[in-house]
Design a protein around this ligand. Structure first.
Ligand code: ADP
Ligand code: MG
Length: 295
């Protein structure tokens, strides 16, 4: 929040936080009218009966759907960046408060919009959702598939033995196959064809272990990168950043080399060590790509 002190002194009302910007989302219908989400996504949400957003959805959806407003103090400042840089977000909200929907809607919508803008129907790995357990990952896949009905977006749950990087040019999934069919077998040159089936998807949902081992399967010392990934979501981030998963999670994070990467962390609880790690990591990445984040 960037209001100047003189403004904050104006009245108790403002100190209570009515000056929140952007304004919280009031109804799911506003996603279409105010935030311009795709018609099909709006219909899918409507058909599932979502009407009133939960608190975490009220707060996070306007930020994630209007990233240019969220990143800095003014539009002018942000226009100077002249990029598509998304927000990095740390959201803490109780179990059962609808965090899944909160992170899926912006991801699905941005992929729909980009595919439409580029008139490109091929699947390119745009988003990775990391969750600590296979059960959670498959719940997320199921939920995501419901919102993706009719959008052409593919959602895949990572399984052991899947490859996500063509061995012919590890790390360049995005632009590797402009002339190729979408057949999963056509992705690598015959000479270097991986024994593992290459998965072509827009959204990949995975546990940290499965993805990290796929990334390091060819060269353990130099994990492959995922330059096409624009959104990295860490669900149950408190668990993903605890000592058991931390190295794998950060390894995946490091593999996401896209300069426009948007990272969102979702958790029911957030210890101070994790908060510090999250903010310092986000800060250092932001500095690297020349972004000024508000404190
Ligand atoms: P969390 O990840 O925060 O623990 P979930 O995303 O698993 O919570 O959501 C819990 C349940 O609440 C799910 O069944 C989901 O479909 C439902 N839900 C989410 N958002 C809403 C909403 N705005 N209105 C009604 N139900 C919702
Ligand atoms: Mg959850």
């Amino acid at each position: 929040k960037k209001s100047k002190k003189s403004k904050a002194d104006k009245g108790a009302e403002k100190k209570k936080g009515t000056e929140v910007y952007p304004q919280p989302l009031e109804a799911f219908g506003d996603l279409r009218t105010t935030y311009g989400i795709s018609r099909r996504l709006g219909e899918n949400l409507f058909q599932q009966g979502y009407k009133v957003p939960t608190e975490v959805q009220m707060g996070s959806l306007p930020l994630l759907l209007r990233p240019k407003i969220a990143l800095g103090s003014s539009m002018t400042e942000l226009d100077d960046f002249n990029t598509d840089n998304g927000v990095n977000l740390l959201a803490v909200a109780p179990t059962g408060s609808g965090k899944t929907l909160a992170f899926l809607i912006p991801v699905v919508d941005s992929i729909v919009q980009r595919r439409r803008a580029n008139d490109d129907k091929r699947h390119s790995l745009e988003a990775v959702v990391v969750a600590p357990t296979k059960e959670l990952a498959s719940q997320i896949v199921n939920e995501a598939k419901k919102f993706c009905v009719g959008t052409g977006i593919k959602v895949v749950g990572m399984r052991k033995g899947m490859s996500i990087v063509p061995e012919s040019n590890s790390g360049t999934t995005q632009d590797s196959s402009s002339e190729e069919e979408e057949s999963e077998l056509d992705d690598a040159t015959p000479k270097l064809k991986s024994l593992l089936p290459l998965v072509r998807t827009d959204i990949l949902v995975t546990t940290p272990g499965l993805l990290q081992s796929a990334l390091s399967s060819t060269m353990p010392e130099h994990p492959a990168s995922l330059p096409s990934v624009r959104t990295l979501i860490l669900d149950e981030a408190d668990v993903l950043l605890d000592p058991l998963f931390r190295d794998q999670s950060l390894g995946i994070w490091n593999s996401c080399t896209n300069t426009e990467l948007c990272v969102t962390l979702w958790s029911a609880t957030m210890g101070s060590n994790i908060e510090e790690l999250a903010s310092s990591t986000i800060q250092s990445r932001a500095t690297r790509i020349g972004l000024q984040l508000s404190p």
